[in-house]
Design a binder for this molecule. Structure first.
Ligand code: FE2
Length: 376
């Protein structure tokens, strides 16, 4: 019997925190100008907006970039001794804000703080000549936060405080990345259920899938994971916790190098994974490789798929099937020197799951990298 996968029934009550999706992901980084350049050139984002001393923001510089529905913001401190500089000193470059689009940011704040969320930002009304954005925020795992963004009365390019950013000097084509599919958090030993409860009770999410260490273990290491989804399924946050193995779990390595809990990977959706990954690879994005033996019996494992096997094999794209269809996915290597944040590129063809059938091959690939770093 497969005890690991648990589909919970819907809670069935009205959604007290209706979310319209991910608004943006904000990274605190050591050098926002260069990070924005990397994501533009390597991932194919376009410049969108800038905030800094020239726009009246004195302590930081922020660059917003966009590709289809995907918006990333890179923020750096202009001096030491402030929360942004402290965050980068402790964690290295990483995800600070998972911003969620709402219809009513005051209500989102009240609903969640009444249910026990710690306030990060009391509702503020940000105005400029393009209208008003209401923003509020709560803390989640580690030093990561959720901001609620209400922009229905705003017509500006991004947010008040930002000005349109464009440059005549450097343009790239997009790589077909469309939107955030899910964002995964790594939490400490025995902390997974605490954060599962947080997303259930404070944010009205439900646990749609669970994986225990029998699902996610290799010869050496293990982890546990539970996938939390909001009511309409637009926002999904899997939560990982390390599990005992013969050697160090990849989640432990992350916790050590990030110096605490944080966002492990952001999954980016595409409708053309072969083209997207080929493009990303040509631009210098590095991906984990599975042994070519992974493809030997692929069709026996996952059934007939539309794609040619050869490009999948060449690029190292993984395939998995569930009751509703299949998915194609691949994982980048960490995108900074600390072995912390990485990206997943995912194409869903009906499947709503997360590639359970690939966990073993994938984690063995991660462990080979961990071994090379001397951290296994
Ligand atoms: Fe993922």
């Amino acid at each position: 019997m497969d005890t690991a996968v648990v589909f919970n029934a819907s809670v069935g009550t009205t959604d007290f925190l209706p979310l319209e999706g991910t608004d943006y992901v904000e990274f605190y980084v050591g050098n926002a100008k260069q990070a924005a350049y990397y994501y533009r050139s390597a991932f194919g984002f376009q410049p969108l907006a800038y905030a800094g001393p020239e726009t009246g923001i004195k302590d930081r510089a922020s660059y917003a970039i966009r590709q289809h529905k995907l918006t990333f913001v890179f923020t750096t401190a202009l001096k030491g001794g402030n929360p942004i500089a402290d965050h980068v000193y402790k964690h290295g470059d990483g995800v600070k804000v998972l911003a969620l689009k709402v219809n009513d940011a005051e209500d989102a704040f009240n609903q969640t703080t009444q249910r026990g969320a710690a306030s990060y930002l009391e509702p503020v009304h940000l105005k400029d000549e393009d209208g008003e954005v209401v923003m509020s925020g709560i803390h989640t795992y580690g030093e990561t936060v959720h901001l609620f963004i209400e922009r229905k009365n705003y017509n500006g390019v991004f947010l008040p405080g930002y000005r349109k950013w464009d440059t005549p000097y450097f343009h790239t084509t997009d790589t077909g990345l469309l939107y955030v599919d899910h964002c995964v958090g790594n939490v400490g030993w025995n902390q997974m259920n605490k954060w599962v409860n947080f997303y259930e009770e404070v944010m009205g999410f439900r646990n749609i899938l669970s994986f225990d260490d029998n699902d996610i273990s290799t010869e050496y290491s293990a982890l546990m994971s539970k996938v939390m989804s909001n009511g309409n399924g637009f926002v999904k946050f899997p939560i990982n916790e390390p599990a005992e193995g013969k050697k160090k779990s990849q989640v432990e390595e992350y916790l050590e190098y990030y110096d605490g809990e944080g966002c492990q990977h952001v999954a980016l959706a595409t409708n053309h994974i072969v083209e997207t990954v080929m493009d990303l690879r040509n631009r210098g994005v590095e991906f984990l490789q599975v042994p070519t033996s992974y493809y030997d019996n692929l069709e026996e494992r996952v059934g007939k798929i539309d794609e040619d096997l050869n490009p999948l094999k060449e690029l190292g794209i993984l395939v998995d099937r569930d009751n509703e269809g299949y998915l194609l996915q691949i994982f980048s290597k960490p995108v900074e020197d600390r072995p912390t944040l990485f990206f997943e590129i995912i194409q869903r063809k009906g499947a709503k799951s997360f590639g359970k059938g690939n966990f073993k091959a994938l984690f063995e690939a991660i462990e080979r990298e961990q071994g090379l770093r001397g951290n296994l």
